[in-house]
Each structure stands twice: as C-alpha cells, then as structure tokens.
Design a protein around this ligand. Structure first.
Ligand SMILES: C[S@+](CC[C@H](N)C(=O)[O-])C[C@H]1O[C@@H](n2cnc3c(N)ncnc32)[C@H](O)[C@@H]1O
Length: 323
C-alpha cells in the first residue's frame, strides 16, 4: 500500500500541515505560495492511485480537498470584487491569475461536448451547477463557443450569485443570456432540470464521495432522458486537490468518455448521457477502458488544441496508459 513512505505523499502531507495551520485561507502571500507549490507538486503525471492510500492519508486527502475548495472560493470572491469595480469587468478577466486555464478547460469541454451532441447541433439551454462568484466556465463557453445558448447558473450562496451577476450587467449580450439562481442543487426540481440539454457540475459541488453521489443521483432522477451531464474529476496526484468521479458513480447515465489532461488544466472531464427508460444500463464491470475517449476521435476535431500539439500527444499517451 502506497502511504506515508512515498515521497510524493510525504510532500503533500507536509503541505497539508502548513495549509491547515494557516489562520485564514483568503488570498495573501503565504496562502498563494503554499497553494501554488501544492498544485505544482500534484500536476506532473504520476501513477499514484489515491483510492488505495491508507486510512490516515485518505482522511488527510479529504480535508485537503475541503481546504482547497475554501481557498478557491476566497480567491474567486477576491477577484470578482476587483473585476466588479471596472466599468466593463469582462474586458479585464485576465486579471484573474488562472483565466488562461479556464480558457483551455472551456475549449476542451466544448470540443468533448460537440463530439457527443447527437440530436441537436447547438444546445439552447445549459445549466451550470456551482458557478461561484466568478462564473468563468459559463463566461468562456457563452463568449467563444456557444454564442447563442442561454446559461442558467446555480449556486447555493446568494453572495456568489450577486457578485457574479454584477460582472455581466454591463455586457449587452451576456446579460441577456446568463441567468443566476440561488439554490442548493438538491432543491432544483425535475421540471426545471428537464429544461436543460446539458448540465455542467462544478468539481467542488459534492466535495466527498457520498455527497457527490447524492448530487449525481438527484440529477439522474430529474434530468431529461438523453440530456448530457458534464462533470469534472481528477486523476493521479491531482486527486489530492479535487474529488474523483468514477464511472461507477454515474448510475442512471451512460458514460461517454473520460479525458485526463496532462497540462496545467487540472481537472479531468467526464461526459455522460442520461439513460432513457428501457436503455441498457452500463455494466459496472466494464470499468473505464470502454469509455475512455480514443485518440482517433480527438484527431477528428480539427480545432482540438491547435496551439499545443505536444500537449495533445501527451494527453493521448495518458489515455493509452488507461486502455
Ligand atoms: C468555487 S466553485 C465555482 C466554479 C467555477 N467558478 C467555474 O466556473 O468552474 C464552487 C461553487 O459551488 C457552490 N456549491 C457548492 N455546493 C453547492 C450545492 N449543493 N448547490 C449549488 N451550489 C453549490 C459553492 O457555493 C461555490 O460557489
């Protein structure tokens, strides 16, 4: 069993000790430095399977994910406040230090989604659950990729929604296509969820396995048959930062593909389709292999990661290892 003796696990445990003793997780020199170093430690491809770690390290991992989520929330609020002070906040999005990652993640998610939209060419209504004070995924998708789609953003936190909507108020297009709903995802009704062609679930909605599975089950019971669910997961050492979603967690959905980036985009992307009654249910024994996106499918998308061929090869290589 990989545990405290492993050099990477040891390093992550040391970061956890330092981060958990911080007085506040709000952006500051110390907080920024510790999280930057933690992220850089977890980014390189590593064969570690965090689900096989000993109990003590598993507990540390789940507390670390919670701390990372809280710090991310503070970081988003901080930058949303700064951006909200500009006349045209959307012209200054690159003030946010990770904006480039969102551009890459948005393009990746759009390309994966486009491959699997069978009945419709362009979704007319998308829900983003857990949009936060800085709803960058919805902004990137609405501005560059899905320029006629309406985005319904859900967040449990009213202050996140008021900060987020302030960012869009001065934009004549996005202010008419972005909507904000203050709700726990578990309270979003069937009649509401059935209206969406695609539902995105943020990585930090459902920070532990039980909560994530409860949210997925709620979506499985209430989304329209055939609708698409886009989720974010984590692979290798990146799973010290974000929760893992496994195909077996997606009861009621057919898992279409799982993509593990190897560049600075941290999250893996999982795409699944809500099963219709009578459709064969995916066998859990099939595992990941049958659902991992094949290199040839990626190559069919001409615009796929055009600026970074090296990274694309690495991504394919990462998938090859899984197959
Ligand atoms: C900080 S992240 C935001 C993601 C990011 N802005 C993006 O564009 O990908 C997670 C957000 O999920 C919200 N959240 C957590 N649990 C939720 C739930 N059960 N229902 C709705 N929103 C939730 C939190 O309030 C938080 O603002």
């Amino acid at each position: 069993m990989v545990c405290q003796k492993d050099a990477l696990v040891q390093k992550v445990c040391e970061f956890y000790e330092k981060i958990s003793s911080l007085e506040s997780l709000k952006p500051s020199k110390d907080v920024d430095m510790l999280f930057t170093q933690l992220v850089l430690t977890c980014i390189p491809p590593n064969p570690i399977d965090v689900t096989k770690l000993c109990k003590r390290v598993q507990e540390m991992r789940s507390k670390l994910i919670t701390l990372c989520g809280q710090a991310e929330g503070h970081l988003e609020s901080h930058y949303s406040t700064i951006l909200g002070s500009f006349d045209n906040p959307l012209d200054h999005l690159n003030t946010f230090p990770y904006f480039n990652n969102y551009l890459k993640l948005g393009r990746l998610e759009f390309n994966i989604l486009s491959q699997h939209l069978t009945n419709i060419k362009v979704p007319s209504r998308i829900a983003f659950v857990g949009s936060g004070p800085l709803p960058l995924t919805s902004i990137v998708l609405a501005s560059y990729h899905l320029t006629t789609t309406s985005f319904h953003n859900y967040d449990i936190d009213p202050s996140a929604n008021s900060m987020a909507s302030r960012l869009l108020a001065s934009d004549p297009d996005l202010s008419k296509r972005m909507f904000f709903h203050t709700k726990d995802v578990m309270d979003v009704t069937s009649s509401e969820l059935k209206e969406y062609d695609v539902v995105f679930l943020a990585a930090l909605v459902g920070m532990d396995k039980e909560e994530k599975v409860r949210v997925i089950d709620h979506l499985a019971k209430n989304m329209a048959p055939g609708a698409i669910l886009m989720l974010r997961s984590a692979h290798g050492a990146r799973a010290f930062l974000y929760p893992i979603v496994e195909p077996r967690d997606l009861q009621g959905f057919e898992v279409l593909s799982v993509f593990h980036p190897t560049d600075e985009v941290i999250n893996s992307v999982v795409i699944a389709r809500k099963l219709s009654v009578g459709m064969p249910v995916q066998s859990l024994d099939q595992g990941l292999g049958a659902h991992v996106m094949l290199p040839c499918k990626c190559a069919e998308i001409p615009a796929f990661n055009p600026l970074n061929k090296m990274n694309m090869i690495e991504e394919f290589a990462a998938e090859d290892r899984l197959l």
